[in-house]
Design a protein around this ligand. Structure first.
Ligand code: NDP
Length: 263
């Protein structure tokens, strides 16, 4: 199936690792031009030069931008207007989770988490909406977590913030219809940079990565017995953002290996 992405322009936040990195690669394989951001300039440069070698320098734009900084996001949008002058797809992916219970979450952590989960959507949507409105196949995709529907006691602030972000996706889908489609993916555990950092910080340093991941999957009762791969998420994102998903808006697609318990 031709997804109709050749020649389209994509902006993706958090494209230097894990799910974002896999998604940038897949959009490029489909013939799109992709701009992505992150905060670490060295990682941005090395990822961008790898993609530029594979797909051509004109297909890739990498920009340092913290999605929680309004001025950074506005400057990113200005750069896209100069680079491409058009935009068809925005993927709001940048972020991370906070492992705290209610008792261990400070006021500052609550504010940080709520700010990250909301403004990582609000700032890019505001900044890129004028360009998206000129597209004949505009789509916004929010990378969210199953925690939005199934909160975990060890991720209290993240779960609450995720639920709010999911509500925002629904509101935007209705307010922006029919011009811009707005969807989300809700993820279980995906073996990305986040889990690599948690593996490095594990208590029992004698455990190898394979055993640590297998134990994690068992402890979370994931029916597939493993974590997901970033590419398995990327495939769903690319489809939902493509013109092939033209009547899908306000939807959330769970990608979790069957770990959800709600109906
Ligand atoms: P990674 O840590 O592998 O990648 C995160 C990416 O986001 C990096 O490119 C990072 O670059 C960038 N990033 C983080 N914070 C910011 C910021 N404030 N501004 C700009 N860029 C930022 O994680 P994942 O691939 O797992 O995460 C992708 C998304 O999926 C996140 O929103 C995450 O919360 C969500 N998710 C992941 C799950 C999982 O199990 N992996 C489960 C549920 C949701 P840099 O650090 O250089 O800024």
């Amino acid at each position: 199936m031709d997804l109709g992405l050749a020649g389209r322009t994509v902006v993706l936040t958090g494209g230097t690792s894990g799910i974002g990195l896999a998604t940038v690669g897949l959009f490029l394989e489909e013939g799109a031009r992709v701009a992505f951001c992150g905060r670490d300039a060295h990682r941005l440069d090395s990822v961008a030069s790898g993609f530029a070698q594979r797909f051509g320098v004109e297909k890739v734009l990498a920009r340092r931008c913290d999605v929680t900084a309004k001025a950074d996001v506005e400057a990113f949008a200005d750069a896209i207007a100069r680079w491409s002058g058009s935009l068809d797809i925005l993927v709001n992916n940048a972020g991370q989770g906070q492992m705290t219970t209610f008792a261990t979450t400070s006021d500052a952590q609550w504010r940080e988490e709520l700010e990250l989960k909301f403004f990582s959507q609000i700032y890019p949507v505001r900044a890129f909406r004028p360009l998206l409105e000129k597209s004949d196949a505009a789509a916004i995709l929010s990378v969210n977590s199953l925690l939005a529907y199934q909160p975990e006691p060890y991720m209290v602030a993240t779960s609450a913030a995720r639920a709010g972000a999911q509500s925002l996706v629904k509101s935007l889908a209705s307010e922006f219809a029919p011009k811009i489609r707005v969807n989300s993916v809700v993820l279980g555990l995906i073996d990305s940079g986040q889990w690599e950092r948690r593996f490095q910080a594990r208590k029992d340093q004698t455990q190898d990565r394979k055993t640590w991941i297998a134990d994690l999957a068992a402890s979370k009762h994931i029916p597939f017995g493993r974590l997901g791969e970033p590419l398995e998420v990327a495939r769903a994102i690319v489809f939902l953002c493509s013109p092939m998903a033209s009547f899908i808006t306000g939807a959330s697609l769970e990608i979790s290996g069957g770990v959800s318990r709600y109906i």
